[in-house]
Design a protein. Structure first.
Lengths: 153, 153
């Protein structure tokens, strides 16, 4: 069976094991000669979604994610809410959504069909990655950490 | 020229491009069939040095660093200030120190010689990795970030 091109996406602001577990799982879908491409959310996309900018600028997040062994290529997202544009450029066989990514799969697949695109969308299962794997939890931990320990040293 | 076994070391608490630049530079010393092994500081070692524990536990830091393409293996540091022990177990040809790592190279090399170990110690140069590459600076940025934006969401 020939390898598949898999697309994963996210913010990847403070890289942690939850991100790695998600990307490893996405990479498994690709097969041996497949490919995992990761779309990195733009700073302004994060700002709109989260109400605050990321800690790390997009290009830094992109380079770090591309430095992971399971990732073949990481690219910056497009400045549009129309996800069909980047998908039609990157032509993945499968879009692998993390278990906690808020995306309307049906709406996405309908949009693809309307454009005669054959890309499938799958939602990955939650895997245990030994705790501390939600970005929100990590942020809370960082804040508690500084509240307890004062300014950084 | 046969590849060399290179040892790098650090805390790698919130992974960033400065870490990646350091490890990429260390990997270059290894040559094509060489090997890069990374020693991850124990939580208690960080606590002693920094006066506060890390955000991420050692095993999580280890797994994330080992997930980087340039890293062959990441291992936890030993619970001792005698660095000759882990070096004598891992048998690297070269220890690659980051430009900002506070280590007394002469004292280390003297200790190696006394134990008839041939490991060399080199200090890598500072490379431009597009800013935001000191952990202290990143922590400050995270704190400012939360001061501006309140609790995480």
């Amino acid at each position: 069976m020939p390898g598949k091109r898999i697309l994963a996406a996210g913010k990847f602001d403070i890289l942690h094991l939850g991100h790695l577990a998600y990307l490893e799982q996405a990479r498994e879908l690709a097969g041996v000669d497949g490919q995992l491409i990761v779309v990195i959310a733009l700073d302004k996309t994060i700002e709109i979604e989260r109400g605050a900018p990321p800690v790390f600028p997009a290009e830094q997040r992109r380079r770090l994610v591309e430095g992971l062994e399971v990732v073949d290529k990481a690219v910056l997202g497009y400045d549009t809410t129309d996800h069909t544009k980047i998908v039609s450029d990157l032509k993945p066989d499968i879009i692998a959504l993390g278990y906690d990514q808020q995306t309307d799969i049906e709406a996405l697949e309908t949009a693809f069909r309307e454009k005669n695109m054959t890309t499938k969308v799958v939602r990955l299962e939650k895997r245990d990655a030994d705790g501390l794997c939600s970005s929100t939890l990590i942020r809370k931990r960082i804040i508690d950490f500084y509240n307890e320990n004062g300014r950084p040293r």
